[in-house]
Design a protein around this ligand. Structure first.
Ligand code: GAP
Length: 523
C-alpha cells in the first residue's frame, strides 16, 4: 500500500451520516450474532469466568458440531474423495530448525506500535491516520484501527461527534482527506492512538510465534515454538509420505489442526485469534504444470465455499498484484468474504514454487528432489498451497446464516423470528423431533423416530418441553433444517409433519421415512 492513500478524486466521499449509520448497522449485526452464539452455545469467550483472555475462544455444544462439520466436509472433499491427496497429522511443537528453514524465526513479524500515553499496543499496519481538512482548517483528525484506507475513513467519521459529522457534510467540494497507514506515515504527520488519541511510537518488529521450553531446563537450548501454520509439518514429512505411500507426482498432502500466532490485536470476534485451526493442502507437482494446478486449486477452493452456502455475491476471488506477492510466490489469490466488519480473507491459494522444499533441503541436508521413473528426470517439485482457516469459515457461515424474518405462530399470526439458515451439511443438528403433546403415546413414537435417527449416526435432538411454536423457534436459532412433529394423525396413519426451516413448508410423510427424507436433503 502506498504511504499516502488519499481517496481517488473521482470517488464520491461517503456522506458522514451514512457512514455512521453503516457502521452502526455493522455493529448491531455483529452484536446480535455474538449474543446469539453465546445464548445458544455456539461460541464462548475462553475462560470467561476469570474475565476471558484476548484472542482465545471456546466452541460450545452447537459450535463444536458446526466446526466438526466444516472439518469433515473439507476432509471428505479434499482427501477421501480424491485419489491424488493423502492426509497427515503432525505434532504442534517441532524441532525449532523447521522454523529457521521456513524463515519464520527471522521473517514472521508484524510491525508493532505503542501508545506513549495509555501504553496500548497496536499492529502498525492496521492503524490509520485520518485527516479531514479544508486548507489549514482541520475538521477531523483521528487514529483508527482498520484493514484499509476506505474502512479507516468510515470508522473515523462514525466515531466523530455529530457536530464534526455535520461540518464534514457541509464542507462540500473543498474538503480534502489524508489517510495513511501509521507505519507509512508521511513526514510531519502525527500518528495518533485509536484508544486515547495520544502519540504512537515508531513501528518496530514483533515476532508472532509463541515460545515455550521443552524439557526441564528453561534456557536457549530448550526453546521451541507452537506452530504458526500447519504447512511446515507437511514439508518436513514430504519424503516420509513419498517413501511410504504409492503417491507419485502430482499429489497433495492435507493437514488440518491448531495453529498459534501471538497476534498484536486479535479482533473481529474469532476472525483474528491467537489460537485457531487451519486446513491446508500442499500440492506437489512438476514446475511446468504448476500454473495449471494453481488455477485448478484456486477455482476448486472458491467453488467449495459457494457449495456450502456462502453466496457468491459476498464471496470474492481476488488475485494478488505482483507487489503483494511474497518473494518466493509466483502467484496468489485470496478467497474473501464480505463480513459485516469488512471484506476479509478466508483462504489463500499460492504457487509457492520450490521455495519450501529447497529451504528444507538446505537446512536439513536431506535430499528433497523427486525422481520421475518415466521421464528419468530429477527435480524439486513446485508446491501449490490452498491454505484456509476453519474458524474463519465457521464465522463466515454464521454471518451468512443469521437472518431475521417472520413466521406464523400456532394461531397463524406472524411473529418475528431469528433463523440461522446454515447449509444442511454444516448445520449442527440435522433433525429435531417433537411430540405435539406429552400424552396419548406421542412421546413414545417421537422417541422411536429420534432413536432411529440417532442410530443412523445423524445429529438429532428430542424436545417435548413447552409450546411447539417455541420449540420450532429454538431450532430455528440453532439452524436445524428439519423438525418433525408427532401429532394426533400419527396415531391413526403413522405419518408425521416435517417442517422445512427456510420455506416453513410442512409436509406429511410416513414416520418410518423420516431418516431417509432428511438424509436425501443434507447435500
Ligand atoms: N501456510 C500459509 C499460511 O498459513 P496465512 O494466510 O498466514 O497462510 C492461512 O494463513 C489461513 O489461516 C488464513 O487465510 C486464515 O483463514 C487463517 N488464519 C491466519 N491467521 C489467523 C488468525 N489469527 N485467526 C484466525 N485464522 C487465521
Amino acid at each position: 500500500m502506498p504511504p499516502f492513500d488519499p481517496p481517488d478524486e473521482a470517488e464520491p466521499v461517503c456522506p458522514s451520516e451514512n457512514a455512521a449509520a453503516m457502521a452502526q448497522e455493522t455493529n448491531d449485526l455483529m452484536d446480535k450474532l455474538v449474543a446469539l452464539c453465546k445464548r445458544r452455545g455456539f461460541i464462548f469467550q475462553s475462560s470467561e469466568i476469570y474475565g476471558g483472555i484476548g484472542g482465545f475462544w471456546d466452541y460450545g455444544p452447537l459450535g463444536v458440531e458446526l466446526k466438526r462439520n466444516v472439518k469433515n466436509a473439507w476432509w471428505e472433499d479434499t482427501v477421501r474423495k480424491r485419489d491424488d491427496v493423502v492426509g497427515l497429522d503432525c505434532s504442534i511443537i517441532m524441532n525449532p530448525k523447521v522454523w529457521e528453514a521456513s524463515g519464520h524465526i527471522v521473517n514472521f513479524n508484524d510491525p508493532l506500535v505503542d501508545c506513549k500515553q495509555c501504553k496500548a499496543r497496536f499492529r502498525a499496519d492496521k492503524v490509520f491516520g485520518v485527516l479531514a481538512h479544508r486548507g489549514d482548517d482541520v475538521l477531523l483528525q483521528a487514529g483508527v484501527e482498520a484493514d484499509n484506507g476506505d474502512q479507516a475513513r468510515q470508522v473515523a467519521v462514525s466515531g466523530a461527534n455529530s457536530k464534526t459529522r455535520r461540518r464534514i457534510d457541509k464542507a462540500g467540494e473543498g474538503l480534502q482527506w489524508t489517510v495513511f497507514r501509521t507505519d507509512e506515515r508521511p513526514q510531519g504527520q502525527a500518528a495518533l492512538c485509536p484508544s486515547c488519541g495520544g502519540d504512537l511510537t515508531d513501528a518496530r518488529k514483533f515476532n508472532m510465534m509463541f515460545k515455550t521450553f521443552v524439557g526441564a531446563m528453561e534456557d536457549s537450548s530448550s526453546v521451541a515454538y507452537l506452530r504458526p501454520e500447519t504447512a511446515q509439518g507437511i514439508f518436513a514429512n514430504y519424503k516420509n509420505v513419498l517413501d511410504t505411500s504409492r503417491m507419485r507426482l502430482p499429489f497433495g498432502i492435507a493437514q488440518m489442526g491448531k495453529s498459534f500466532r501471538n497476534e498484536i490485536n486479535p479482533r473481529n470476534y474469532t476472525f483474528r485469534s491467537r489460537e485457531f485451526e487451519q486446513m491446508e493442502i500442499e500440492f506437489f507437482c512438476h514446475p511446468e504444470q504448476a500454473d495449471e494446478w494453481y488455477t485448478t486449486w484456486r477455482d476448486t477452493r472458491y467453488q467449495w465455499y459457494t457449495d456450502h452456502g456462502l453466496t457468491s455475491s459476498k464471496l470474492h476471488l481476488r488475485d494478488h498484484e505482483d507487489k503483494e506477492l511474497a518473494h518466493y510466490a509466483k502467484a496468489c489469490a485470496d478467497v474473501e468474504y464480505d463480513f459485516p466488519f469488512g471484506t476479509s480473507e478466508l483462504e489463500g491459494i499460492a504457487n509457492r514454487t520450490d521455495f519450501d522444499l529447497t529451504e528444507h533441503q538446505k537446512h536439513s541436508g536431506r535430499d528433497m528432489s523427486y525422481f520421475d521413473d518415466q521421464t528419468k528426470e530429477r527435480f524439486i517439485p513446485y508446491v501449490i498451497e490452498p491454505s484456509g482457516g476453519i474458524d474463519r469459515t465457521v464465522l463466515a457461515l454464521l454471518c451468512e446464516a443469521y437472518t431475521e424474518d417472520e413466521a406464523p405462530d400456532e394461531k397463524g399470526n406472524p411473529q418475528k423470528r431469528t433463523v440461522m439458515r446454515l447449509h444442511p451439511r454444516m448445520a449442527p443438528i440435522k433433525l429435531a423431533v417433537f411430540p405435539l403433546v406429552k400424552k396419548e403415546g406421542m412421546p413414545e413414537i417421537a422417541r422411536g423416530i429420534y432413536e432411529d435417527a440417532q442410530a443412523s449416526g445423524m445429529a438429532v435432538f428430542y424436545d417435548e418441553k413447552g409450546a411447539v411454536g417455541r420449540r420450532y423457534r429454538r431450532q430455528d436459532e440453532a439452524g436445524t433444517p428439519f423438525c418433525v412433529t408427532v401429532d394426533g394423525q400419527t396415531l391413526e396413519d403413522q405419518t408425521v409433519t416435517i417442517r422445512d426451516r427456510d420455506s416453513l413448508v410442512q409436509e406429511r410423510i410416513a414416520a418410518d421415512q423420516v431418516v431417509k427424507y432428511v438424509r436425501d436433503r443434507l447435500g
